[in-house]
Ligand binder design. Structure first.
Ligand code: ZN
Length: 408
């Protein structure tokens, strides 16, 4: 078991304060910090603090896969850590995106190889053969767009904005309030000529301003989000797409799970993310990065979903707050130390003998494994290798450890 030092990724949508404050570094930082990667992804592996200095977790896994991953994980996933943990800090909205299913990822990877698109090319969509289910657990209040909301509700929103330019689209969707209608409308907007968008989007934004001024509250968050997106990405069809997606607000500790084909955009907040170890993202807008609309349309799932369907069910089991997801690459929980658990050593429940990534999100915890001891304060992380065995925890004040393990 070692302290794990994450790799910071700076993107324009990140925060100059959130990750720095979480990890106890001076803020504001010189660049906006968007993600802290805690894993063995070849793109940016985290580093272990060993007695002989820092060492890449990726190198450690490659050098001793049996000891680091354990035989069960190796048997199923080979000699790679199948999950990636991130602290995500969105100051501004992230791109509108979806991730492919396992079959789509393999097919897309092979196709782009055949077409000779280099793996490092900015226009490459499929950088590996994996799907990328992802779970986000909010650390602060967290705002997101995710999944097509039931069509009738989107019709209500468009009507409430009272924009005559939307009338034909309201007609289209109310005439076919199902997945096919959503596909037709989304496709119309995302492929619309720029001059059309330059008329329609400002009209929608004016409608949102009027709606907010009117004192109506039903679609307050939706109207505000449209204005934010419109200001940040003028003329981007993603602004229109936002009218079709669930506008989700998570309280700290609540979580959403994004299955394959689910269109989403994280808008604002700090969270822990766990995902399959993949980089396959198909973008549809709200980004200066590569956008591939035809490929996005191939993978999108237009079946309407209530936002509650995206929330990961959670239940408390002893000291564990367990987040249930259908993903096999990862499992996630928060180990909650409070009340009568404080002031003495307790066993952390262990599910199998694979590795664990621990991130302290509140308080301070002493973690013991075999002969090793580490103290984790808020924002610090540890890697527990498979052969470090079960862990024991001790805290003197209420504390929380986010734990990611391989699902199996
Ligand atoms: Zn995503």
């Amino acid at each position: 078991m070692e302290l794990l030092r994450g790799a910071i990724r700076t993107y324009a949508w990140g925060s100059r304060t959130a990750i720095a404050e979480f990890t106890g570094r001076p803020s504001p930082t010189a660049h906006p910090e968007a993600e802290l990667w805690l894993g063995a992804h070849p793109g940016d592996p985290a580093r272990l603090e060993t007695a002989d200095g820092e060492r890449s977790l990726l190198d450690a896994v490659r050098a001793d896969p049996d000891g680091q991953l354990g035989p069960a994980v190796r048997g199923r996933y080979g000699d790679v850590l199948p999950l990636l943990v991130k602290v995500l800090a969105a100051e501004e909205p992230l791109s509108l995106q979806a991730h492919p299913s396992a079959e789509q990822a393999v097919e897309g990877y092979v196709r782009e190889d055949r077409l000779g698109v280099p793996l490092t090319s900015p226009i490459r969509n499929y950088r590996d053969r994996n799907h990328k289910p992802e779970l986000l657990v909010a650390l602060s209040e967290f705002h997101a767009l995710g999944g097509f909301r039931p069509a009738a509700r989107s019709v209500d929103l468009m009507r409430a904005l009272a924009v005559p330019e939307l009338d034909p689209f309201i007609g289209l969707l109310s005439g076919q309030p199902d997945a096919d209608g959503l596909r037709a409308l989304f496709t119309t907007w995302i492929t619309a000529p720029q001059p059309d968008l330059d008329v329609l989007i400002p009209a929608v934004l004016d409608g949102a301003v009027d709606y907010m001024r009117s004192g109506a509250t039903e679609f307050d968050d939706e109207a505000k989000t449209l204005l934010e997106l419109g200001e940040r990405y003028p003329g981007d069809a993603g602004v229109l797409a936002a009218m079709l997606l669930n506008r989700i607000t998570l309280a700290p500790g609540e979580a959403i799970f994004m299955p394959a084909g689910n269109l989403h955009s994280y808008i604002h907040g700090v969270g822990m993310e766990v995902m399959a170890n993949s980089d396959n993202v198909l973008r549809g807008g709200l980004t200066p990065k590569h956008v591939d609309v035809p490929e996005l349309l191939r993978v999108l799932d237009f079946r309407p979903a209530d936002e509650t369907m995206l929330r990961a069910p959670t239940h408390r089991d002893g000291i564990e707050l367990v987040y249930e997801t259908p993903a096999s690459e990862f499992a996630a929980c928060i180990l909650m130390l409070d009340g009568e658990n404080l002031g003495h050593e307790i066993d952390a429940p262990s599910r199998h003998d694979g590795p664990q990534i621990l991130v302290c999100t509140e308080g301070s915890v002493i973690v013991r494994a075999k002969s090793d001891v580490v103290e984790l304060n808020r924002g610090s992380a540890a890697w527990v290798a498979a052969d470090d065995g079960p862990i024991r925890l001790e805290a003197t004040s209420p504390s929380r450890l986010f734990r990611a393990t391989v699902g199996l």
